[in-house]
Design a protein around this ligand. Structure first.
Ligand code: FAD
Length: 391
């Protein structure tokens, strides 16, 4: 137990991959940690995403910073939470001349960002993945994988609980308490017991994903978080064993992720004001089928099992071209940006980079509180997700 850290209490708002990883990091460094989540754990963006443990290859040409973050975290997560992962790898497939023209750039990008890769001919790729289009000209293997988002959050939080954290699902923040320019806690609504009460803390972390703006507004500050939804269609049956990506600059409908007995095609990207009520544009759904079929024609022949949408918490400003917004992350110390003390927002990134996001956030917190407590999450193997309900 770090006796310096144990003097301080931190309240984390949001039980997605970011908040869960932050709670784990805080508890491991010895901070008194409480996490509140208005729904079930992972009921926000995290529980409804594509489930792709990114190798970073998707970003290796245009967004190298994100690519490097992803490959580093991919390697760490497979060590620290093996039972939340399927380490099946991924193929980037070229099905036309324009894809083939992109391939040298892609390989150069993998080399520059340290992503291991292996090249296959179209024929070899089709031997690995028989449902790939007959038009497949070539493919490149990278260490993509598939994660179970709920299990990831449960593994982070099981370990946080073992280290003393209090985890409160179905607890919604209704307002923040302020003393002068300092955030001192939150007024929360217990949705099970149907009662309101107060939680006080030395520092509050806003890890509310695409709802981060709403929480920031409660402290009278603004964060540059743009809710950026994407549509996904889940198809009946496992049409591939590995993650199948199109060999192109990341765009719409160019990933197929095998998830248990389904195959999820995604995704698209646009911006909204309200992350709670998002209409599913029919043309995006059709685009998923069309683009998915170009890589795996069987997509057009099997039944969809579900169509869903969820918003990314990207860092940027509304009106920006959302495909141009970097997929990296940032921790905002509101004392520096807005003269509001005791309040830190973490946003951007992805589930694959949740651990790194937490490390950055808790480093900011430790500095602010003048506590010497180095991060230990890189090498700490997490408890099984199964322990979440046992502790
Ligand atoms: C379409 C799409 C596909 C994606 N696919 C992938 C992928 O394959 N791989 C990958 O690594 N990343 C992927 N991502 C990115 C990833 O899903 C997000 O970056 C990540 O889930 C964000 O996690 P978070 O914890 O910050 O946000 P969230 O998971 O949204 O967590 C925030 C939580 O805050 C809670 N909350 C909000 N308001 C309150 C309140 N007032 N009180 C209490 N709690 C509150 C919410 O209920 C929510 O659970 C994808 C994103 C999208 C949109």
């Amino acid at each position: 137990m770090n006796t310096q850290a144990s003097k301080y209490s931190v309240l984390v708002i949001g039980g997605g991959s970011t908040g869960a990883a932050v709670a784990h990091d805080l508890a491991l460094r010895g901070f008194k940690t409480t996490l509140v989540e208005r729904g079930e754990i992972a009921s926000g963006t995290t529980g409804r995403n594509h489930c792709l443990l990114h190798s970073g290859a998707r970003y290796c040409v245009k967004d190298k910073e994100s690519a490097i973050e992803c490959i580093e975290e991919n390697m760490i997560l497979r060590k620290i939470m093996p039972d939340s992962m399927e380490l099946n790898g991924g193929l980037f497939v070229a099905v036309n001349d324009s894809d083939m023209a992109y391939m040298p750039l892609f390989i150069e990008g993998c080399e520059e960002t340290g992503i291991p890769y292996k090249q296959y001919t179209g024929e070899e790729a089709r031997r690995l993945e028989p449902y790939l289009s007959e038009k497949t000209l070539a493919a490149v293997w990278v260490p993509d994988g598939v994660f179970e988002p709920m299990r990831m959050c449960m593994a982070f939080l099981a370990t946080a609980k073992k280290n003393g954290a209090l985890v409160l699902p179905y607890t919604e923040v209704k307002g923040l308490h302020m003393e002068g320019n300092r955030v001192t806690g939150a007024r929360v609504w217990d949705r099970i017991q149907k009662r309101e009460y107060d939680l006080y803390a030395d520092l509050v972390v806003n890890a509310a994903g695409p709802w981060a703006e709403n929480i920031a507004r409660m402290a009278g500050v603004d964060v540059p978080v743009v809710p950026t939804p994407g549509v996904m269609t889940s198809m009946t049956g496992r049409l591939c064993q590995r993650v199948i990506n199109r060999m192109n600059v990341s765009s719409d409908g160019d990933i197929i992720v095998p998830q248990r007995q389904t195959s999820i095609i995604g995704t698209s990207s646009w911006t909204v004001d309200d992350a709670d009520y998002i209409e599913i544009p029919e043309d995006h759904v059709q685009l998923m089928y069309q683009r998915g079929s170009e890589m795996i024609p069987q997509v057009g022949k099997v039944k969809p099992r579900g169509i869903f949408v969820v918003a990314r918490p990207l860092i940027g400003r509304k009106g920006q071209d959302e495909r141009e917004i970097a997929r990296t992350f940032e921790a905002f110390d509101h004392a520096v940006s807005d003269n509001v003390e005791g309040f830190v927002t973490i946003s951007g990134g992805k589930t694959t980079t949740a651990r790194a996001m937490a490390e950055t956030t808790v480093n900011v917190i430790a500095d602010k509180l003048d506590v010497e407590a180095p991060c230990q999450t890189r090498d700490t193997v997490l408890l099984s997700y199964r322990d979440y309900y046992l502790i």
